[in-house]
Unconditional design. Sequence first.
Length: 254
Amino acid sequence: MNKVGFVGLGQMGGPMSRNLIKGGFNLRVFDLDPKAVAAVVKAGAKAAKSPKDAATGADAVITMLPIGAIVEQAVFGPDGIAEGMAKGALLIDMSTILPLDTDRIGKRLMERGFAMVDAPVGRTSAAAIEAKSMFMVGGSAADVARARPYLEKMGEAIVHCGPLGAGARMKLVNNYMSCVVNLLTAETLTLAEACGIGIETALEVLRGTPAGRGHINTTWPGKALKDDPKPEFMLDLAFKDLGLALDTAAQLNV
Ligand code: NAD
């Protein structure tokens, strides 16, 4: 329970592993970058020679790596995690990867008698430093319960999204909305500025309407998710307004 292997000590894995050490866990850590390893060793971890070495004797192994192919290599490659893990040990993959990669890695691990949950991370590295991350977790209820004590030291919100792979899928749903809304926010504030409206004024207005308060907090719980199809604002008027906004932006060349 107390011994954790941690592979991938970058912008996210670095602070996450340090928070586990602060929380009382004994860590054996591995990263291709010796500087990343040194920083976590300074905080109290032991340096491992390979992913296999990090996993040897661990109750749980955490991976926080860039992409699925790298996770798969770290788990099943030569000197990989699967060679070091004890039967029944738990892999917690916290990387953001293709859900089909999660499904395949999980199947291969389970065939060999290991357990796995996927627990990708919501929020940025600033939240990871403060142990205020959110985790979207996929796996059986029993495996998620096993992962909780580790996750609780690294974050403040744990949402069990469904079976293995559900966390990876929810993470993409979240990031899709996050990226698109962020881009839309940039476009919106650019248009406000081009119209000669100060950012502070634009923010005051936008924060007081569904535009800024978020349709996910207003329109959806208030109507759509209640199966209430009665319009409060007509589609043809919305269409007119989108056209007016685009015409105005085109006149301003933004
Ligand atoms: P990063 O590039 O800072 O860290 C990745 C680490 O993995 C590096 O230290 C690298 O040396 C190491 N690494 C690469 N290949 C390796 C291998 N084969 N064996 C061992 N170590 C290896 O990336 P990050 O920002 O920490 O992101 C990690 C994952 O978390 C990504 O999937 C990312 O999409 C996701 N994520 C990032 C953020 C963020 O704000 N940075 C937030 C949520 C999720």
